[in-house]
Structure formats: structure tokens, C-alpha cells
Design a protein around this ligand. Structure first.
Ligand SMILES: NC(=O)c1ccc[n+]([C@@H]2O[C@H](COP(=O)([O-])OP(=O)(O)OC[C@H]3O[C@@H](n4cnc5c(N)ncnc54)[C@H](O)[C@@H]3O)[C@@H](O)[C@H]2O)c1
Length: 361
């Protein structure tokens, strides 16, 4: 097991703080009263319903106002704005940086590639540059950069479960290519400037106040309106669905244990660099997932008991950019951090359905 640093008194910059995973991470840090100073940064863009981002920010504000030991400050801005990022690092001097801001989504990258280049490449580059310059003039600088990668880097790899030792050179979407690029860029910066960095490959994250562009949320929106949902690859599709609290617990632990610095035989620094999978490691068939979602939507009173699901389901072929299975090998996460996501689909979808009822109905 890795040794965890004490985060008490640390300043943590979390980009994408109005996003699904980012907001939950902020809430968890505030809840556990770790005595941290959290700087949240997000452009609050309208890729999906902004009211959900505002709801998340409101939840954070409410909790932060009751928290004695930790502090919270929010900056609305774009990580692709280099001057802004430099300014944020100069002003707040973060000890830990968690970069979750990105243009997410596989399908959207087919129609809107520009957004991915801006946020995921230029934005991430700005974060790396700012980390690099955080050590200027003998300053202590950034102790750990943690950033979101994605299970999509595995492309259509046949070997399962997906291991971080596997070759990931064949992305099938621009989104995946930007995430793999982030890992490569982080490696170069870790090697050149000794920046401790950890990339986290998240596997299909779901939960309350999640992303409306993801299947479980989109299905719910459509079923309510009486529209037909499309199940891709005729339902022959398996996903390692991971509940958001499990992702947050993983990020929280990883954040506190930067990869060690050291020198190689050539006397030059070895890159303090790591990549981990965070997934449930228990892929579920898409049709089973839809089945549990339906039951939970009825249970939460989002849909009536006699809803005719069969009349609202259409089995269709696979979409460009999609992959048939995602399945995380999480042994490294377990070994180094003593943690393995374990929330069942039933429990997770129940919480989503209950939240949906409260938020929309
Ligand atoms: N949710 C998943 O299933 C999943 C899976 C794999 C990887 N990821 C990655 O995890 C991270 C968080 O994902 P999420 O599900 O919370 O997505 P999200 O879209 O809810 O959150 C991302 C946030 O980043 C903000 N943002 C986007 N571009 C920005 C920019 N240029 N500058 C500042 N803010 C910007 C958005 O406004 C949004 O609030 C992303 O990097 C995503 O690619 C998510």
C-alpha cells in the first residue's frame, strides 16, 4: 500500500468542479472536513443542461457555508485560457491539481471535434505548463497532478479485463485520442520537469445529477416523454458501470499518494508518473442494465407501474466510436490504494432514479 500524505492545510485546484465527477469530489472533500482549501474552476459550458451544473454548484455552496475547517472558492473560466491558468496558479499556488475539466463524450467528438482540441489538448497543455512553472524560483510547487483519462483509450482491444499494461495505440474516437494524448503529454512533463502525475482511466461513471448525455440519463428523459430508446449493437454490449461515489473515493485516495521521485541509472530523474484504471471490474450487459433502470424508475415513481417498456425500445446497430465491451482490471488500484469500487447497479441506479424524481418532477 502506498503511503498517503496528509492533505490538511493543502490547497487543491479542481478543474471541472461544476461537472459530474468534479462536483462530487468537492462535496466529498468538504464533507470529510479535511481542512483543505479548494479552488474550483469550470467554464460551466452548455454542452448539456446548465441547470444541472448550477444545481451542483449550489450544493457545494450550501455545504461549504456550513464547513468550518475547509474553504471553497469558485472561478468561472476556461482552461484553454493560458493567461487565466497562469494567474490562478500564481495567485493560489495549488499543492494538488485535479484536472477533470474536459470535453467529454464519444459521439459528440464526431460532430464537434474543435471542442476536444480546445479543452482536452490546449487546456491540458496549459495545466501542464502551469505545473512546470510552479517550481520556478525554488518554490515548492505542485506536489501532485491528477487528471482524468478514460477507458475509451482501450479502443476495441479484444483482451479483457483491460489492464494499464495493455497497448492502447488504436483509439476509435477523437475523444479517446485526446485522452491518450493527455497521458503521453503528462509522461513527457513528468520526465522533463519531475512533476508527479497520475492519470485515471474512468469507466462509465453514473449516479445522481450525472450527465444527461449518457445512456441511463438519456433513456430516462426519453421514456418519460413516451419516446423510443435506441439500444446500440442490438444490446450486445457490456459496460463496466461505475458509481460516482466509487470514482470519488478512488480519486481522493490517489490524490494523496503522488508517484515517488527518483533518479535512473543515467542520473536523470525517472518520471514520477502513474496511470490507473478506476472501474467496477464487473461488466454488465446493456439489456440487464436497462432492465434494472426500468425497475428503479418505477420504484421511484418516475414512471408508472404499467409502463409498456417493450413498445419504447428499439435494438439498433453499433455506432461509430462505440466499443462492444469495457472491463477494468483494477488490481493495481487495489494493491496501491486498498480500494476497489463495489457499488451494485441496483443501489446506484436507485439513487439516480430517486434524485431524478426530486430534481425534475
Ligand atoms: N463520466 C464518465 O463516465 C467519464 C468516463 C471517463 C472519463 N471521464 C472524464 O472525467 C472527467 C470529468 O467527467 P464528467 O463526467 O464529470 O464530465 P462533465 O462534463 O460533467 O464535467 C466536465 C466539466 O468541465 C467543464 N469544462 C469543459 N471544458 C472546459 C474548459 N475548457 N475549461 C474549463 N472547464 C471546462 C464543463 O463545464 C463540465 O462542468 C472528464 O475529463 C471526462 O472526460 C468521465
Amino acid at each position: 500500500m502506498k503511503e498517503m500524505m496528509n492533505v490538511n492545510g493543502k490547497t487543491i485546484l479542481i478543474t471541472g468542479a461544476a461537472g459530474f465527477i468534479g462536483s462530487n469530489l468537492v462535496l466529498e472533500l468538504l464533507r470529510t472536513n479535511a481542512g483543505v482549501h479548494i479552488i474550483g474552476l469550470d467554464s460551466v459550458n452548455d454542452y448539456y443542461d446548465v441547470s444541472i451544473k448550477e444545481y451542483r454548484l449550489n450544493q457545494i455552496e450550501q455545504l461549504a457555508s456550513k464547513t468550518q475547517t475547509s474553504t471553497w472558492c469558485f472561478i468561472r473560466g476556461n482552461i484553454a485560457d493560458k493567461v487565466l491558468i497562469e494567474d490562478v496558479f500564481d495567485t493560489y499556488k495549488p499543492d494538488i491539481v485535479v484536472n477533470l475539466a474536459a470535453q467529454a463524450g464519444v459521439r459528440y467528438s464526431i460532430t464537434n471535434p474543435d471542442a476536444y482540441i480546445e479543452a482536452n489538448l490546449i487546456g491540458f497543455y496549459n495545466i501542464l505548463e502551469a505545473c512546470r512553472h510552479s517550481y520556478d524560483n525554488g518554490e515548492k510547487g505542485v506536489e501532485h497532478l491528477v487528471y482524468a483519462s478514460s477507458s475509451s483509450v482501450y479502443g476495441s482491444n479484444k483482451k479483457v479485463p483491460y489492464s494499464t499494461d495493455d497497448k492502447v495505440d488504436n483509439p476509435v474516437s477523437l475523444y479517446a485520442a485526446t485522452k491518450k494524448s493527455n497521458e503521453l503529454m503528462a509522461h513527457a512533463y513528468s520526465k522533463l520537469y519531475n512533476i508527479p502525475s497520475t492519470g485515471l482511466r474512468f469507466f462509465t461513471v453514473y449516479g445522481p445529477a450525472g450527465r444527461p448525455d449518457m445512456a441511463y440519463f438519456g433513456f430516462t428523459n426519453k421514456l418519460i416523454k413516451g419516446e423510443t430508446i435506441q439500444i446500440f449493437n442490438y444490446g450486445n454490449c457490456k459496460r463496466d458501470f461505475t458509481y460516482v461515489d466509487d470514482i470519488v473515493e478512488g480519486v481522493k485516495r490517489v490524490m494523496q499518494a503522488p508517484p515517488q521521485k527518483g533518479n535512473g541509472e543515467d542520473g536523470l530523474p525517472l518520471p514520477p508518473y502513474a496511470v490507473y484504471n478506476i472501474g467496477n471490474s464487473h461488466p454488465e450487459n446493456l439489456l440487464d442494465f436497462v432492465d434494472i433502470l426500468q425497475q428503479e424508475l418505477i420504484r421511484a415513481d418516475v414512471l408508472p407501474e404499467d409502463y409498456d417498456f417493450d413498445a419504447h425500445k428499439e435494438l439498433v446497430p453499433m455506432q461509430p466510436g462505440d466499443v462492444p465491451i469495457t472491463y477494468a482490471d483494477t488490481s493495481a488500484l487495489e494493491k496501491d490504494f486498498g480500494f476497489k469500487p463495489a457499488t451494485s447497479l441496483r443501489d446506484g441506479l436507485r439513487k439516480f432514479a430517486e434524485w431524478y424524481k426530486e430534481f425534475y418532477m
